[in-house]
Design a protein around this ligand. Structure first.
Ligand SMILES: Cc1cc2nc3c(=O)[nH]c(=O)nc-3n(C[C@H](O)[C@H](O)[C@H](O)COP(=O)(O)OP(=O)(O)OC[C@H]3O[C@@H](n4cnc5c(N)ncnc54)[C@H](O)[C@@H]3O)c2cc1C
Length: 666
């Protein structure tokens, strides 16, 4: 392509380009000769002025650009500095303040793409020069564009009804916003609903959680959907539409008053199905309520256990006793509904590590071995033993061993520390001792008690007579002589000897893992996961509750293992981010959308099915693009056989000129 072509491209006669090379402190200037880069840029065709400056993004840096536009009549700007993710908006705003269309601008990333990835100053400077030359050639072809403004729908979708989802939903609803709270289980509450007491204050979990659960149910601004999951979401920030699947409960929620008489009269006098909420430590009937404080207080029927579903020949005593309310409906089927929202908070929580994956500890094989969550249910007054610590053989334990870091800090399972296990192990040590006066041994690798009041709690538990042994348990095996007890074998690293301690009960402090379906949720909401599988925040320090998808926020243990105080703090932050978005009223979208040159479109429809955002329609034999739905991914532009789809900011001339610019020195 010739220089004549270049000048003609902008349609304005000769361009007046200003180039600004940033030092970024020494981030760039230590590896790139910024003065040389400035001088090379100055001699490029169309460049009226080239400067280098210590911090282009600073106020004085921006003022320089504004003044130059006004005083020298610059009509195109190139800034060679850091990533556009950080400062493209800053410079566009400065250019607009200077009186120029903000899209007459091209940013060159000579930091991440050159100075940070090279050591050799000569080579890094040459690369920076190539990138600046490419931008100078490209920017001539930029056209004036306008950002699209779209209103924000003030409604919010909260996915997951644990303490994180509950707290976010209440914060938003109290601020007057409509919230849809979607929970896949029959009740909201999450893991916290399973606990009796919470560390480090030992306050009663139910006493602080159930009032919040009831508030959620009663709040006029919150619509709770239990036994439901989001299966599809489309749209964009401020304007999402979610499709929700509702599993049948076989009970009419509005008619059931939670009298529980149907459960009493069910022909299964004693339940036969392992109770999920008690982790199989008790049995339940096929018609049941998950736990006494469940919200909603509505029973449900498990069709796999129900005689009516299996044989069609049950006496249906439940229907008889509910005749007045007529709440039982065996004909219910899976249904779907749709909601429109402007933002989403994902609070899908965690799953406990499956202790069967470490067979050396005997879980599922040796009766005295329990997981921590099971013991949370045992110590709970509404649990399977009404708070008594009774073992599977009916006896009370006299010696108990607690093993830390099961499925955490181990390269064979999870490398991460689950953060809560040391503290909940100490809590369980205290509770079990209080209830049984057993001798308790805690086996830990490192005692991690970093948190308000945590170290004090550890010292208190120590003073209560719990024995702390620093060492990883290698194996749990049955004691010789058929005693029913098991032996914990570990190296005590304080004493420097192997210890074998027989106990009646073992508690495995199982770690925190991402939910089994985290990958599906990630895909549905177009967010990302870290290597461990937890959802990734946009920035670990500066945007800890945002995701890379605008308008989608994270709260709670779905993002990383955390305790209840941190979960609640993060849930409040996620709600605040959603509120800030809503209160802005509108959002500006990049004008980098695709458009169809109608005269050239043959109407082949290739693009229609390919668009991942369903933004392309078909109108009178031609493709037509919905600008609001288009995200500027470029799929249709690349696929269009006639080349009749083009894209703002990515026009052929712009791309070709950039390539020619990079290659010009080759
Ligand atoms: C044994 C044990 C004891 C603990 N004890 C304490 C303690 O004493 N003190 C303390 O501070 N912390 C404690 N913790 C940590 C505490 O459990 C967490 O901090 C807290 O539960 C995190 O809340 P959450 O809402 O993020 O997740 P969760 O409690 O896991 O709730 C997530 C919710 O989302 C729902 N969900 C999941 N996926 C979907 C989906 N796709 N669609 C819809 N809904 C979905 C789930 O059903 C659940 O209701 C303990 C943890 C364990 C394992």
């Amino acid at each position: 392509m010739t220089e004549a072509n270049l000048s003609a491209g902008n349609g304005n006669g000769s361009p007046r380009i200003g180039v600004y090379v940033c030092h970024c402190g020494t981030n760039i200037s230590a590896t790139i000769d910024v003065v040389a880069a400035r001088d090379v840029a100055e001699n490029l065709p169309g460049v009226v002025l080239s400067r280098e400056y210590k911090y282009m993004c600073s106020d004085p840096g921006q003022e320089i650009i504004k003044d130059d536009i006004r005083e020298l009549g610059l009509d195109r700007i190139v800034v060679a500095s850091c990533s556009p993710c950080l400062h493209e908006e800053t410079f566009r705003n400065a250019i607009a303040d200077g009186g120029l269309n903000p899209y007459f601008f091209q940013m060159v990333n000579i930091r991440e793409h050159a100075s940070w990835v090279h050591k050799d100053i000569k080579a890094a400077t040459a690369k920076a020069n190539d990138l600046i030359r490419a931008a100078v050639r490209r920017v001539r072809f930029h056209r004036p564009l306008e950002a699209r403004r779209v209103p924000i729908d003030p409604r919010v979708l909260v996915v997951g009804g644990g303490i994180a989802g509950i707290h976010s939903a209440l914060t938003l609803a109290d601020a007057g916003k409509k919230v849809y709270l979607v929970e896949r289980e029959p009740s909201i509450g999450g893991h916290m609903a399973m606990f009796d007491k919470t560390f480090p204050t030992l306050d009663c979990a139910a006493c602080i959680l159930t009032p919040k659960m009831t508030q959620v149910r009663a709040h006029p601004n919150i619509e709770v959907m239990t036994m439901s999951e989001v299966v599809e979401i489309d749209g964009f920030v401020g304007n999402y539409r979610a499709k929700i699947k509702h599993k049948p409960r076989y009970i009419l929620e509005d008619a059931c008053v939670g009298c529980l008489e149907c459960i009493d009269v069910c022909v299964f006098r004693n339940g036969k199905t392992p109770d999920e909420f008690n982790l199989g430590l008790s049995k339940r009937k096929p018609i049941y309520i998950p736990f006494p404080q469940a919200v909603p207080q509505v029973v449900l029927i498990d069709p796999e256990g129900c005689i009516e579903f299996r044989t069609g020949r049950c006496k249906k005593t439940c229907v008889e006793v509910c005749a007045e309310r007529n709440a039982i409906d065996f004909t219910q089927e899976e249904t779907f509904s749709e909601v429109e929202i402007g933002s989403v908070i994902i609070s899908t929580g965690f799953k406990a590590f499956d202790a069967r994956r470490l067979p050396q500890y005997g879980y599922g094989r040796l009766d005295p071995v329990y997981t921590a969550l099971e013991v949370e249910r045992l110590v709970n007054a509404s649990g399977p033993t009404e708070g008594e610590i009774v073992l599977r053989d009916g006896s009370k334990p006299k010696k108990v061993g607690i093993i830390h870091c099961i499925g955490s800090r181990d390269k064979n399972t999870n490398v991460h520390c689950s953060r809560v296990c040391c503290m909940y192990s100490l809590k369980l040590a205290h509770l079990v001792k209080e209830k049984t006066d057993a001798e308790i041994y805690e086996f830990f690798i490192d005692m991690r008690t970093g948190g308000k009041g945590f170290e004090e709690f550890m010292l208190r538990v120590k003073e209560e007579g719990v024995t702390m042994i620093r060492g990883k348990v290698a194996e749990v095996y049955p004691e010789a002589g058929n005693t029913g007890r098991v032996v914990l074998q570990a190296e005590d690293t304080f004493l420097g000897m192997v210890r074998k301690i027989p106990v009646d009960m073992v508690i495995l402090a199982t770690g925190i893992e991402p939910q089994a379906d985290a990958e599906d949720v990630r895909r549905t909401f177009n967010i990302s996961c870290s290597t461990g599988g937890f959802f990734t925040e946009r920035h670990p320090k500066l945007a800890p509750v945002s995701t890379f998808t605008d308008g989608v926020f994270l709260a709670g243990a779905c993002q990383a293992p955390k305790d209840i105080p941190d979960t609640v703090a993060q849930a409040g932050a996620a709600a605040a981010e959603a509120l800030a978005l809503i209160d802005a009223g509108h959002i500006e979208l990049e004008p980098n959308t695709a458009f169809v040159v109608e005269e050239e479109c043959s109407g082949c429809k290739t693009c229609v099915g390919l668009c991942p955002f369903s933004a392309i329609g078909y109108d009178e034999g031609k493709a037509s693009i919905n600008e609001v739905l288009c995200k500027g991914c470029g799929t249709c532009v690349a696929a269009c056989p006639s080349g009749s789809i083009r894209q703002n900011l990515f026009e052929d001339e712009e791309i070709f000129e950039e390539i020619v610019g990079v290659m010009a020195n080759v």
